[in-house]
Design a protein around this ligand. Structure first.
Ligand code: FES
Length: 72
C-alpha cells in the first residue's frame, strides 16, 4: 500500500468516527453502514440507527444524512 492510499484510509477512518446525529451520538460510520446495507431514505436510516430521532427533530443531522444518501 502506498503512502497516499494509507493516508486516504486514515482520513476515511477519522471521518467515520465523526458524530452526525448530535442528539443521539450516532457516528457517520454507523449511518454509512446503514446506507451500504440498503437504507434508501432518512426514515430507513432512522429505523436502523436511531439517528434523526432526537429532540431537535433531525434539524441538525437531517441535512447531513440526506447528503450522504445522495452520494453514490
Ligand atoms: S442531531 Fe439528530 S436528531 Fe438531533
Amino acid at each position: 500500500m502506498d503512502q497516499e492510499e494509507e493516508e486516504r484510509r486514515r482520513l476515511a477512518i477519522v471521518e467515520s468516527y465523526k458524530i452526525v446525529c448530535i442528539c443521539n451520538k450516532i457516528r457517520r460510520g454507523v449511518v454509512q453502514k446503514a446506507i451500504d446495507g440498503g437504507a434508501e431514505s432518512i426514515d430507513d436510516v432512522r429505523r436502523r440507527t436511531r439517528a434523526a430521532t432526537g429532540p431537535c427533530g433531525s434539524k441538525r443531522c437531517g441535512p447531513v444524512i440526506k447528503r450522504m444518501l445522495r452520494k453514490p
